[in-house]
Design a protein around this ligand. Structure first.
Ligand code: AMP
Ligand code: MG
Length: 403
């Protein structure tokens, strides 16, 4: 019998027990920082932009010159020249004058607004008519509007996105300190398993878990090492687990995680390290083991691919984020369930759903457990809480997107 804990308790144990990996710090080129976890807070030491810039193509003016003008009575200004892109404005504007400037161009001293071309008329070489008034500050992005020296730009632990790469580039950070990538071992166990390349004989099945878990590990920003398929043999398992613990920061072993005599995972972890829990009150995924061996996290996952996947999404993705000093963000949408789901006898039930295009309707994926193809077509999942009476057709549910 398993003494089960709730998914919330399981998560708490993971966070209490396992800390971010601090060493070795890595310095990577900006282009290689995507998906990595920032080691330091990024504090700006520059102004972005570094000078006042026009946000339109037009004429830099002294705004008060345009007050009261209109289509019928344009404000007539003398054109003093043009600011070239990539060059500083070599003009100091005084009332009655204007300077042509393009989008992103340097704003001349003395100018406090830029009138769009569309609001101007050209009267020959030197005279411009402004046909509608403009307020000071219009169509200008000021020096430091984006960020100023001393401003916190990105927090340590941020998983670097393409947008963050943009900020870092603007600040001139060509090398970035990032957290080490955790290396996560993947082991599959079961006498019935064969490699993906092999054609299974009757009674055999292909190893689904290892490639799937490796993908989730990489997708979480870590590195995976596949230790292959191990037979249901205690000594063989023990050897491979020891090797994996020696070489990696965390170990995932799928199959054999229940409490039966043929289920060897608990025995191996119990003797090589410490079992932190065995059993989570969830469906699928109940026979899950968390252990610590040499201070490193060890997960014994149910062999069932759908169960293994839910456990990986709910616990291993956050564990990897934790090890990288960051946190997973969950994206959710409120939707209406298209079918009634019955109650689930004391275990939180996780059900994959397919969302309608607008997200308003969620169709649960049902049927026999173990249908990995169905899971592949789902968009996310809902949780039916452990003590609920189920969910009635049409009820509002919170759908958590995969990833
Ligand atoms: P177990 O957790 O070892 O009792 O396995 C539960 C079910 O999952 C059995 O039907 C196994 O054949 C299947 N299974 C175990 N490991 C894998 C795997 N790596 N890939 C696909 N199915 C598996
Ligand atoms: Mg097995």
């Amino acid at each position: 019998m398993l003494t089960v804990i709730t998914p919330q308790e399981a998560r708490k144990i993971i966070f209490d027990r396992f800390m971010p990996l601090y060493t070795p710090t890595e310095s990577v080129a900006l282009a290689d920082a995507l998906g990595r976890s920032l080691y330091d807070d990024i504090v700006s030491d520059e102004y972005v932009p570094g000078f006042n810039r026009s946000t339109v193509d037009g004429y830099a003016v002294v705004a008060s010159d345009t007050f009261g003008c209109s289509e019928s009575i344009p404000a007539v200004l003398e054109l003093r020249g043009e600011v070239l892109m990539g060059e500083s404005a070599r003009y100091t504007l005084t009332p009655g004058n204007c300077v042509a400037v393009s989008t992103g161009g340097d704003l001349p001293e003395g100018a406090d607004a830029v009138v769009m071309l569309e609001r101007c008329e050209v009267y020959g070489e030197r005279l411009i008519g402004v046909t509608s008034p403009i307020a000071p500050g219009n169509n200008i992005i000021y020096k430091g509007d984006d960020v100023s020296p001393g401003e916190m730009v990105l927090l340590k632990g941020t998983c670097v996105s393409p947008r963050d790469i943009g900020i870092l580039a603007a600040l001139g950070r060509s090398r970035i300190n990032v957290r080490p990538k955790p290396t996560v071992a993947v082991i599959s166990s079961g006498d019935e398993l064969v490699d993906t390349q092999q054609t299974p004989e009757r009674g055999q099945i292909r190893d689904v878990n290892a490639p799937m878990l490796e993908a989730l590990i990489i997708n979480s920003g870590a590195t995976s090492i596949n230790y292959g398929i191990i037979r249901d043999d205690e000594n063989a398992l023990r050897r491979i687990v020891k090797k994996a613990v020696g070489e990696c920061d965390a170990v995932l072993l799928s199959g054999g995680s229940s409490a039966g005599t043929r289920d060897l995972t608990a025995r191996v972890v119990g003797s090589e390290g410490e079992i932190l829990f065995h059993g989570i009150a969830m469906k699928p995924g109940k026979p899950t083991i968390l252990g610590a061996i040499d201070g490193k996290p060890f997960f014994g996952l149910p062999g069932h691919p759908v169960a293994a996947y839910f456990v990986a999404e709910l616990f291993i993705r956050p564990l990897i984020a934790r090890m990288m000093g960051s946190e997973t963000k969950q994206r959710t949408v409120t939707s209406r369930i298209s079918e009634t789901l019955s109650s689930n006898h004391g275990r939180a039930e996780f059900v994959a759903v397919v969302l309608s295009d607008d997200g308003a309707s969620a169709t649960p994926i049902r049927g026999k457990s173990g249908l990995i193809t169905k899971l592949a077509h789902s968009d996310g999942y809902i949780c039916v809480p452990r003590d609920s009476e189920g969910v009635a057709k049409g009820a509002l549910v919170t759908v958590t997107y995969w990833d």
